[in-house]
Design a protein around this ligand. Structure first.
Ligand code: OAA
Ligand code: MG
Length: 600
């Protein structure tokens, strides 16, 4: 893995890690030198051994490895984060490939389902996860935010927030307040992947009830026990929270996450031109899948215009992804919009979505409804495959094993020339349409693959060649978008910025990764690729005239990356901007002296 990028100004970098007079001192335990222990009246309160961060890290890693299940590992890591933030991030960065599937998908899904049962007994102010905003308290949002401000170290100020109401957590459905695990997990990825300062990241759950009877009846459920409000009340309450947030923290970057589909689209439409916000499931997933798709069509062996893409599942993510792909085909491959749109079919629980199938389509499904079906209605995936003869299948159905052996073999058979593109994107593992191993086995190892959740590598038995599955997960894009937004401070996040991000991500692939048929960069180098993607984002924000931070405007103007217009962003960046972005990435401190030298 690339070494953690260091900020040149370690004092500024770690200001929020340092003990502040009014707060509990940073827990560095066994790493505190004798003289500091004496000064802090801690002599005799810790074992006498003084060790460096590397030794602490080795002990923490040993303890992690000794946990029997992934959920126990998740609980241990949450505890570590709350007790020693610096150590937690040192370990996460060092073992990201191993730890990401625990703090993030798939284990975070199980952690959310169990959230009320595994909730720790660490109480504020010692440990504050973020904001829990109950529906009946939205009028007290200023007070809630003031409480939060008082709980974080002096000098820190939230600049990035991930907000959910838990109504559609991954592919797991309505988990109510238990969905808090997602903003917490996403923000850990912001820090690990793109170097956001962890103390300036704010997870928020809107505890607006749940329609899931399992939780309403669970005696240990910690959210409010009532059904979700009607739309009017939902939007009015959300508005109060968002207004409170932007009042307290002007310019804060807001990521909407895992709202049910109508609300995901509704909130984005309502807010995207008013505040600095972004929907990760619509725009983030769309962007990351576009990046994988760009890479896949380069390797598939047929012209882009000959792709026939079958989407399985028609929620916010699916439609968001398909719209990004249409835009790309129009802008990049100069395919007229109607023709590009006709390269896509959607299957939902009633079969292929057509204009004449007899049901009232949800608004977001109308754009892709087919009207060239001559009255033919395909009722299920098998029929749809025979009708469409897809070159690419993108699963966002949350139906476990929907891409079974028969389906995969058939898609492989149809694609004698092109390599089949199979993206089982549903999350977590228990919802994935197929595994990497299955996709390899049932396509004679020809598949171009990306999944939403992390799958193990696969070794082809006959050749002993080990292949790495692409993780088509928005973790490759939301962290750099958040970093780029924090730096350039655009007034809003535009489609062109998202487009630039996809192009930039696809450009990060190394020659070796491309040669091995991989569609995403290896996770071990995610800090490096996040910096590149963030740099492209900053360039695009300036190019569009929306960046408000004069420093970045001047830097980009002095170092233009290309002559791309804002309509067709190319995802390029200059070395000068990349260097500066890299310098602005937070990294955990390497030694106790680095943390305490200026503060004690
Ligand atoms: O969290 C993830 O892994 C991807 C995502 O946003 C979702 O599935 O809702
Ligand atoms: Mg999500």
């Amino acid at each position: 893995m690339a070494p953690a990028v260091k900020n040149t100004d370690s004092t500024a970098t770690n200001a929020c890690l340092a003990p502040s007079p009014s707060k509990k001192p940073l827990s560095m335990g066994t790493a505190l030198p004798y003289e500091t222990r004496t000064a802090m009246h801690l002599k005799g309160l810790v074992p006498s051994g003084v060790e460096d961060f590397a030794a602490q890290e080795a002990r923490a890693y040993e303890q992690l490895r000794n946990k029997g299940t992934d959920l126990e590992k998740y609980i241990f890591l949450s505890w570590l984060r709350n007790t020693n933030l610096n150590l937690f991030y040192r370990m996460v960065l060092k073992h990201l490939k191993e730890i990401a599937p625990i703090i993030y998908t798939p284990t975070v899904g199980q952690a959310c389902q169990e959230f009320s049962h595994i909730y720790p007994f660490l109480a504020p102010p010692a440990a504050v996860d973020g904001l829990y905003v109950p529906l009946n308290e939205v009028d007290s949002i200023d007070e809630i935010i003031a409480n939060y401000k008082a709980s974080i170290p002096e000098g820190c100020r939230p600049e990035t927030t991930v907000i959910t109401d838990g109504s559609r957590i991954l592919g797991l459905g309505d988990l109510g307040m238990n969905g808090m695990g997602i903003p917490v997990g996403k923000l850990q990825l912001y820090v690990a992947a793109a170097g956001l300062d962890p103390n300036n990241c704010l997870p928020i759950v809107l505890d607006f009830g749940t329609d899931n009877p399992k939780y309403l009846e669970d005696p240990l459920y910690l959210g409010i026990r009532q059904k979700r409000p009607a739309d009017d009340e939902f939007y009015a309450a959300t508005e109060k929270v968002l207004n409170g947030l932007t009042r307290a923290f002007p310019g804060i970057f807001i990521q909407f996450e895992d709202f049910n589909t109508p609300h995901a689209f509704g909130l984005l439409d309502q807010w995207r031109d008013r505040i600095l916000c972004f929907n990760d499931d619509i725009q983030g997933t769309g962007s990351v899948i576009l990046a994988g798709f760009i890479s896949a069509i380069k390797l598939a062996g047929i012209p882009a215009a000959d792709q026939r893409v079958l989407f399985v599942g028609a929620g916010s993510a699916g439609v968001g992804v398909a719209k990004q792909l249409v835009d790309y085909l129009v802008l990049e491959h100069k395919i007229p919009e109607e023709k590009a749109k006709a390269m896509f079919w959607f299957v939902d629980s009633r079969g292929i979505i057509t204009a004449d199938r007899g049901d009232t389509l949800a608004d977001h499904k109308v754009y892709f409804a087919r009207s060239d079906n001559n009255g033919v209605q395909c009722k299920n995936l098998e029929e749809a495959i025979e009708f469409v003869k897809p070159t690419a299948m993108i699963g966002l159905s949350t139906i476990y094993k929907a891409f079974n052996e028969k389906i995969l073999r058939r898609v492989n058979e149809i694609n004698t020339v092109a390599r089949p593109i199979i993206f089982p994107l549903s999350n977590p593992k228990t919802k994935a349409e197929c595994t990497f191993e299955e996709a390899m086995q049932f396509t004679d190892n020809r598949v171009l693959f990306a999944s939403g959740t992390a799958f193990p590598e696969y070794t082809i038995p006959s050749t002993n060649d080990t292949r790495v599955p692409g993780q088509g997960n928005n973790m490759y894009v939301f962290p750099p978008i958040g970093l780029g937004a924090k730096l350039a401070k655009p007034t809003s996040i535009t489609d062109s910025m998202i487009f630039a991000v996809s192009k930039a991500l696809s450009n990060t692939l190394s020659a070796d990764e491309i040669a091995r048929g991989e569609l995403y960069p290896r996770i071990e180098r995610i800090r490096e690729t996040s910096a590149q993607v963030a740099a492209a984002f900053v360039h695009q924000a300036v190019r569009e005239g929306l960046a408000q931070d004069q420093y970045w405007v001047d830097l980009v103007n002095a170092n233009p990356a290309s002559s791309a217009t804002s309509e067709i962003p190319d995802g390029t960046y200059s070395q000068a901007v990349l260097d500066e972005v890299t310098k602005n990435m937070w990294a955990p401190a390497d030694s106790v002296h680095q943390v305490i030298s200026t503060k004690l």
